[in-house]
Design a protein around this ligand. Structure first.
Ligand code: RP5
Length: 152
């Protein structure tokens, strides 16, 4: 059963979000992938976020470019933690997405990671840290990864 719901705003985000999927795979974290647009398919965004917890999802990772309202919209419909990944789509190269995701008004938080592939990777590591509070196996695989980092 997937614990992490990875959502991206467009098919065109697939390549940019691949690093997140790779890290989830490496850490052995069961996840699902959906393409949902906050502006093209807003009803789907609502339904996805509202049903996520009941389906066993514990963390949502949402990647989007440009206006990047997807993470905030999903967060508005669920109390699950939402991690937003600002993607480098469009002429502003991710600055737009960064400001949109990081500047959530108070009350509905979205965790904002770095722009681009660093952020995509970190979204998965952050999800592992959150899940590791409850899931010993995920904590162990994440700590193994951190331990390996110290070997340079
Ligand atoms: C956002 O707008 C998506 O997340 C994507 O990064 C960007 C451009 O989308 P497309 O026009 O390629 O579908 O909704």
């Amino acid at each position: 059963m997937p614990l992490v719901g990875v959502v991206m705003g467009s098919k065109s985000d697939t390549e940019r979000m691949q690093p997140a999927l790779d890290v989830l795979q490496q850490l052995g974290i069961d996840h699902e992938i959906n393409i949902i647009s906050a502006h093209r398919t807003p009803k789907k965004a609502q339904e996805y976020a509202q049903a996520a917890r009941e389906r066993g999802i514990e963390v949502i990772i949402a990647g989007a470019g440009m206006a990047a309202h997807l993470p905030g919209v999903l967060a508005s419909w669920t109390t699950l933690p939402v991690i937003g990944v600002p993607l480098t789509a469009g002429d502003l190269k991710g600055i737009d997405a960064l400001l949109s995701i990081v500047q959530m008004p108070p009350g509905i938080p979205v965790a904002c990671v770095a722009v681009g592939s660093a952020g995509a990777k970190n979204s998965a590591y952050l999800a592992a840290q959150i899940l590791g509070i409850k899931h010993e196996d995920i904590r162990a695989s994440y700590e193994k990864y951190r331990e390996e980092q110290t070997k340079g």
